[in-house]
Design a binder for this molecule. Structure first.
Ligand code: CA
Length: 236
């Protein structure tokens, strides 16, 4: 899947590119409307994330140009102009979705996925061991038990399950789940992981969330229950 990010503000463009790449997409960036049109005409994109206020033209002109292609990619408008008129205007001109700045990355990613999923048959469902996360209904269950998660907890869990078996640093987790203006400490990840563990792991023999020393966390189904708490010291 290849995504074009059209955004002139470098900080936001970098944030989007890093995040989308981290989610497994190939990402190109364009900082002007002209560069965006050049990209669009030279490559096939599965999705365009489009800022409306560009230095050289209105993003809606870029949108118009994309829509004039016979089969254009879906377009997600990203704008500080959050008024109802702007939103309706953007959608009427053929945008597929509209997100107002500031936004949380997890929200953007949910919409990106929804747009990319259109026309694909299977609903998205992630599974690690007996833990199941339904990305569309935003529901989580383990075995027969339904688990209620707060939005940030859900965001972290979804990110970890999409990358299951891969260690994720606290910084990666923060960048994926908190909005781009968040500049607090990455310690907050530890707090949320504790909450998540209490909801999805503590009552179960198999612990899915693993601490990866020196890195952060990873989710993976182990072959057998961990022999906590003294497993590390009693090997001999
Ligand atoms: Ca802009």
């Amino acid at each position: 899947m290849r995504i074009l990010v059209v955004e002139d503000e470098k900080r936001i463009a970098d944030f989007l590119c890093r995040g989308l790449q981290g989610a497994g997409y190939a990402v190109d960036a364009a900082g002007t409307g002209a560069a965006a049109l050049e990209n669009i005409h030279s490559a096939d994109y599965d999705l365009v994330v489009l800022d409306l206020m560009l230095p050289d033209m209105d993003g809606l002109e870029v949108l118009e140009n994309i829509r004039s292609k016979r089969v254009g990619p879906p377009v997600l408008i990203l704008s500080a102009r959050g008024g109802l008129d702007d939103r309706v205007n953007g959608l009427e001109q053929g945008a597929d979705d509209y997100l107002t700045k500031p936004f949380a990355f997890v929200e953007l990613l949910a919409r990106v996925r929804a747009l990319l999923r259109r026309g694909q048959p299977a609903p998205e469902r992630l599974q690690v061991g007996d833990l199941v996360l339904d990305c569309i209904r935003r529901k989580v269950s383990r075995g027969a038990e339904t688990i209620e998660l707060a939005p940030k907890e859900f965001g972290i869990l979804e990110y970890m399950m999409r990358n299951h078996g891969r260690p994720l640093s606290r910084t990666m987790i923060v960048e994926h789940v908190w909005d781009m203006d968040y500049d607090g400490l990455t310690n907050i990840v530890d707090v949320y992981i504790r909450h998540l563990r209490s909801k999805i792991d503590d009552r179960f023999a198999l612990k899915l969330i693993q601490t990866v020393r020196g890195i952060g966390y990873m989710i993976e189904a182990p072959d057998k229950p961990a022999e906590r708490p003294a497993d590390a010291a009693t090997q001999a």
